[in-house]
Design a binder for this molecule. Sequence first.
Ligand code: ATP
Ligand code: MG
Length: 361
Amino acid sequence: MKKIILTGDRPTGKLHVGHYVGSLKRRVELQNSGEYDDIFIMIADAQALTDNADNPEKVRQNIIEVALDYLSVGLDPAKSVLFIQSQIPELTELTFYYANLVTVSRLQRNPTVKSEIQMRGFQASIPVGFFTYPISQAADITAFKATTVPVGEDQAPMLEQCKEIVHKFNSVYGETLVDPQILLPDNAACLRLPGTDGKAKMSKSLGNCIYLSDPEEEVRKKIMNMFTDPNHLKVSDPGQVEGNPVFIYLDAFCRDELFAEYLPDYACLQELKDHYTRGGLGDVKVKKFLNNVMQEELAPIRARRHEWEQRIPEVYEILKTGSETAEKVAAQTLTDVKRAMKIDYFNDQALIAEQSERYGN
Ligand code: ATP
Ligand code: MG
């Protein structure tokens, strides 16, 4: 069986370092591993509109930002198909048919949808499109016959829901859809990177992000202002590393080799953590080190972004070509789905012959 990747991001803002460690970095590694037959990376504009219906300009403006972020982290249009969700109408049609296989109560139980509804204050008036976006996400994944979906932890309930749709479809209509597997980051700190404010998730909608496109000075300022252990007031106080975002970011980004260059008093992250826990290590010193570690990772991304920013028409062309390629694949799946569902009236000679005979033609 072919190995196929599908994943994507909502164009609701620029991409941040949470996206990077949660999904983007892995995608680039998988892309360059040469182990996958096809890689589809989708800008989910239709999904972004489900909770931004009154702000289409925001979604439109952020398409190019997400595309630039993709290219700057090293997604390569020669190896990965970069495309825009709304340009593939087959996805909408699949969503409509899959909706028959999902109950309202099952959607209500989806924990990610539940918390997102709460975060957006939708309790009293949830847009139907938003409520059903897990179904549309199942359409996205299955349309490309994806076997592997590299995403952050918040997407696990979506993958569960998608698998249920696949199993239900295949059991009712016959083996048609491919069962996808989620691929979560190996590093626990990357599953759900917290915000710079210490909130559980760095998220475009919460304004607690370090963006991949932030200039060097902006990144430094955000790091120096980061939330740490609130009880670590004096340098001599013992500090807590668990739940401390500065140390979680170090867990996500730091390589031990970087100590020799930027903080040679320590050989590895564990030594730094031990000192902080004992007391006698100030936040400023740790933050300065984190800044060096993160700038090391972000500098090449920023440089590539500057190059692509000079080639905007080409970026749109990449998305257009990618969308054309993606549509062909989705159209084939839709044909398979409709045939399985017996929505196939004009090409089936046996059907026409059977009906003719019944009526004595
Ligand atoms: P929005 O607030 O508009 O939903 P978002 O920041 O949650 O935006 P998405 O486009 O929904 O971003 O998510 C894109 C991908 O990035 C998903 O695979 C998601 O799991 C991953 N991701 C998002 N935020 C984080 C985070 N803080 N840590 C790890 N992975 C993340
Ligand atoms: Mg999200």
